[in-house]
Design a protein around this ligand. Structure first.
Ligand SMILES: Cc1cc2nc3c(=O)[nH]c(=O)nc-3n(C[C@H](O)[C@H](O)[C@H](O)COP(=O)(O)OP(=O)(O)OC[C@H]3O[C@@H](n4cnc5c(N)ncnc54)[C@H](O)[C@@H]3O)c2cc1C
Length: 382
């Protein structure tokens, strides 16, 4: 088939490689001039197993991410012929419990044990770097905690078997693979304006671009992330209510020499985190400063751009706030070669403030996942 995939982020790019491998002709369309240049390049790269979702004690949210999370390394390694472990955090991730956490430390510990069991049940011996067969989170002792955190606002810590991958490295590998794949036509610098069925919804589809070109395809797959809803609505797919678009800025730091800061995340609420992928590539975020815009419309809000003074203020806020809680932050800035600010959209089927335990952003439900189709019937068989 001739298939249009809209959006060359990790979703669109993975699907394009997979479909080209199966022998289909794929057009991969994106408004940017590079593939994998938006949220999929500029994020923390946590391969989620659900440990962040302890506000959902039903484990429904952990269950919803567990299967994809456990299989992610194996699937990506197969698609790209790379070894993820060489570009991922090497040790168990540390969750530090802030005293303002919306979930108390003991409850977090108990939920972690249940997520461990879910991980052991779900993962095969070759999933998730082979790390989950004996998955077991553990509470840090007082001396272990004191090595990572330097504030009484951090009341407990846990090591959990989650890892994170360096997304800048991964994005570059996806871009290489797309360019070397014979079955993929990369249509970059191309805005998708609309998608519509030509006749019946199970027939061919028309994709119109901002430049006015119109092309027809056997199938169209919408992987536009923050741009997805506008195209869906135009094609007759109404999103389930309750979504949010947030834009977040973070720091991506390269150091001249290796630094020892541990990968740690503060939970559960609007705090921050650090990822140390290989000693020299570091990610830092402080959510209250980095989350610069949020909207609930079909189109996402446009994020503010920092001027030079705003950039300096942002870097110094992240440095000060993380440095007041975590050990080793100053050492990173002193060894820094480059400190870059980048960000991306987070589209979520939920909304509300992270410090509100009732906010739907903390949990997956079947109701907030099901879009409505205005079509009578969709038969892909034909
Ligand atoms: C700061 C931050 C930290 C995050 N941390 C994590 C994490 O640790 N773990 C995790 O699993 N997830 C994390 N995420 C979420 C993760 O980045 C996204 O889930 C993922 O990148 C989405 O991939 P995607 O391919 O759907 O979207 P994208 O990578 O955004 O790709 C969508 C593409 O569509 C293009 N596009 C949009 N509209 C149009 C249009 N109309 N026409 C043409 N092109 C268009 C965009 O240019 C973009 O290239 C984080 C996100 C952010 C911002």
């Amino acid at each position: 088939m001739h298939i249009a995939i809209l959006g060359a982020g990790i979703m669109g790019s993975s699907l394009a490689l997979q479909l080209a491998r199966l022998g289909h002709r794929v057009a991969l369309i994106d408004r940017l001039d590079e593939p994998v240049a938006a949220a999929s390049r500029w994020n923390e790269g946590k391969l989620h197993l659900g440990y962040i979702y302890t506000a959902d004690s039903s484990l429904a949210t952990a269950r919803s991410v567990m299967r994809g999370g456990t299989q992610f390394p194996r699937v990506v390694e197969d698609l790209l012929s790379v070894r993820l472990a060489d570009h991922s955090t090497a040790d168990d991730d540390i969750y530090l419990v802030h005293r303002d956490s919306i979930v108390p430390a003991d409850e977090i510990g108990a939920t972690f044990l249940r997520i461990d069991a879910l991980a052991r049940e779900t993962a095969g011996p070759h999933d998730y770097f082979g790390n989950l067969v004996n998955a077991r989170s553990r509470r840090l002792s007082a001396s272990q905690l004191a090595r990572v955190a330097n504030s009484e606002r951090i009341v407990a810590g846990f090591a959990v078997p989650e890892r994170s991958v360096d997304t800048q490295w991964l994005a570059a590998r996806f871009a290489d693979a797309l360019r070397n794949s014979a079955g993929i036509e990369l249509r970059l610098s191309t805005e998708v304006a609309s998608v519509a069925p030509i006749g019946a919804v199970d027939g061919r589809w028309l994709v119109t671009t901002g430049e006015g070109s119109t092309d027809t395809y056997d199938l169209v797959v919408n992987c536009l992330w923050e741009g997805r809803l506008a195209i869906d609505v135009g094609a007759g797919v109404t999103p389930a209510p309750g979504w949010s678009h947030r834009f977040r800025y973070c720091l991506f730091i390269t150091t001249r020499s290796p630094v020892a800061i541990e990968s740690a995340l503060m939970a559960v609420g609007p705090f921050g985190d650090v990822k140390n992928y290989d000693g020299r590539h570091i990610y830092m975020s402080w959510y209250p400063a980095g989350m610069v815009s949020e909207g609930h419309d079909i189109a996402p809000p446009t994020p503010p751009l920092f001027d030079t003074a705003g950039e300096a203020a942002f870097v110094s806020t992240v440095r000060r706030e993380l440095g007041s809680l975590l050990t080793g932050v100053e050492e990173v800035f002193e060894a820094a070669d480059t400190v870059r600010i980048h960000g991306g959209y987070v589209f979520a089927k939920g909304r509300g403030a992270l410090d509100d335990p009732a906010a739907t952003i903390h949990r997956w439900t079947p109701a907030n996942s099901r879009p409505r189709l205005s079509w009578q019937r969709l038969s892909l068989a034909s």
